[in-house]
Design a binder for this molecule. Structure first.
Ligand SMILES: CC(C)(COP(=O)(O)OP(=O)(O)OC[C@H]1O[C@@H](n2cnc3c(N)ncnc32)[C@H](O)[C@@H]1OP(=O)(O)O)[C@@H](O)C(=O)NCCC(=O)NCCS
Length: 150
């Protein structure tokens, strides 16, 4: 894999459909791509149509995707998820650049922003706290994945 020249070679742009396959590989690599989550091309498109945004951090020279930040909007709040940096690019401060840009989108929308992070993910927790996220309390998270029997 090509080295990514940092900062002056990086750009943050909106997701485009042609990114999908690379993004799916990226999400698998960063443990954000469980197929059960149902993050299809159509789902991404729908969330963008509903006022969300999927930001992609990319190397201008190699075109390699090195970060993603997906913000979905339900009309009330923004949920920040699939926020990650390619393993070989981690530890260089890139997440702060991507999160800063993500929060500009949040600011322009004006809604509150929420996220879920595993309690053992210390790097991400430190990052989010640094940018002003406050722990909401000891909530557990529940989901119904299979709605066919409802
Ligand atoms: C979480 C993640 C985005 C952080 O990106 P990164 O490139 O590793 O981190 P950065 O170098 O940009 O550092 C950003 C901040 O993270 C925190 N951090 C980074 N490495 C850390 C470590 N080893 N220990 C504790 N905190 C750490 C610090 O607060 C740091 O800010 P600082 O350097 O000013 O102190 C990245 O590790 C990642 O993509 N992980 C896999 C996907 C993931 O778990 N995403 C979050 C889902 S909720």
């Amino acid at each position: 894999m090509d080295n990514i020249e940092l900062h002056n070679d990086l750009t943050i742009r909106d997701y485009k459909e042609a990114d999908y396959d690379e993004i799916v590989r990226f999400w698998l690599l960063t443990d954000m791509g469980n197929p059960e989550r149902g993050d299809s091309k159509e789902t991404i498109k729908r969330t963008i149509e509903l006022g969300g945004k999927l930001l992609v951090m990319e190397s201008k020279s190699s075109k390699q995707i090195c970060g993603t930040s997906w913000m979905t909007f339900d009309g009330r709040r923004i949920l920040l998820h699939h926020f990650g940096i390619l393993p070989e690019c981690q530890g260089k401060g890139l997440s702060k650049i991507l999160l800063r840009e993500s929060l500009q989108f949040v600011k322009s929308n004006g809604a509150q922003v929420k996220l879920e992070v595993h309690s053992t993910n210390i790097k991400a927790i430190n990052l989010y706290k640094k940018f002003g996220f406050k722990h909401l309390g000891e909530y557990n998270v529940y989901i119904i994945r299979d709605v066919s029997n409802l």
